[in-house]
Design a protein around this ligand. Structure first.
Ligand code: ADP
Ligand code: ADP
Length: 216
């Protein structure tokens, strides 16, 4: 049976950072809905053009196109053993769709780590986030700087600041999270899958807590 780990938590809490580390350690592929949308924007696909109109405002891309994109991705052979899902599901409709899709390929959601941090910390982290063009590797000018200024440690590509990481958009994204995504906390708690993780600790300590949660 394939194992799916859903990382839940507000924008800026460290889901992408931790997903990349967990993916290396577990061998499960990291699937970020935001990265998939940004890839589509880069390639100027129809989906990318549509997604961009929502992303620049900090709004969610509609459920139907998001669900279709993820279903297509989960059918790739590298998801046979499962995946670490980062940024999906983000609404109750997406969570229901995920349950239904997983039936299609004998998978189940194993654990849902819910990473938390205070709102002022999220804003501070996002305003200092730098992302790599080639593969979405994540850095932070205050908390996790790259070794050589402006260059990704892993693939040497250029680092950039995401458009939606500016202060007004970040505020909107946090409100959208509280309104549309936070209902998933009780959804997964009711299914006995939720494990709360303190995201205000160091990156290394958060990883240790996550690995513990996944072991149990
Ligand atoms: P998310 O995917 O949840 O939006 P990211 O993983 O992109 O979050 O992290 C947001 C920013 O905060 C990045 O710049 C990242 O380097 C930084 N960051 C992640 N985890 C921590 C942490 N535990 N302490 C300090 N900064 C962190
Ligand atoms: P962060 O890691 O900072 O939370 P993401 O990269 O996950 O940001 O998402 C960036 C944007 O992409 C979101 O603000 C939203 O517009 C869109 N997006 C990503 N995932 C989803 C999703 N599951 N449903 C709808 N929109 C999404």
């Amino acid at each position: 049976m394939a194992t799916f780990i859903v990382l839940l938590g507000p924008p800026g809490v460290g889901k992408g950072t931790q997903a990349k580390i967990l993916s290396e350690q577990s061998g499960l592929v990291h699937i970020s809905s935001g990265d998939l949308f940004r890839e589509n924007i880069k390639n100027q696909t129809e989906l990318g053009k549509l997604a961009q109109t929502y992303m620049t405002k900090g709004e969610l891309v509609p459920n139907d196109v998001t669900i279709a994109m993820i279903r297509e991705r989960l059918h790739h052979p590298d998801c046979k053993k499962g995946a670490i899902l980062d940024g999906f599901p983000r609404t109750p409709a997406q969570a229901d769709a995920l349950e239904n899709m997983l039936h299609e390929f004998d998978g189940h959601v194993d654990v849902v780590p819910f990473i938390t941090a205070a709102e002022d910390i999220l804003v501070e982290r996002l305003s200092a986030r730098w992302t790599c063009r080639a593969n979405g590797h994540i850095f932070n000018e205050k908390f996790n700087p790259e070794k050589e200024a402006g260059k990704c440690d892993f693939d040497g590509s250029e680092l950039y600041q995401r458009d939606d990481d500016k202060a007004e958009t970040v505020k909107r994204r946090i409100d959208v999270y509280l309104d549309q995504t936070s209902p998933l906390i009780s959804y997964y708690r009711d299914h006995d899958k939720l494990v709360e993780i303190d995201g205000m600790q160091s990156i290394e300590q958060v990883t240790r807590d996550l690995l513990n949660a996944l072991k149990n």
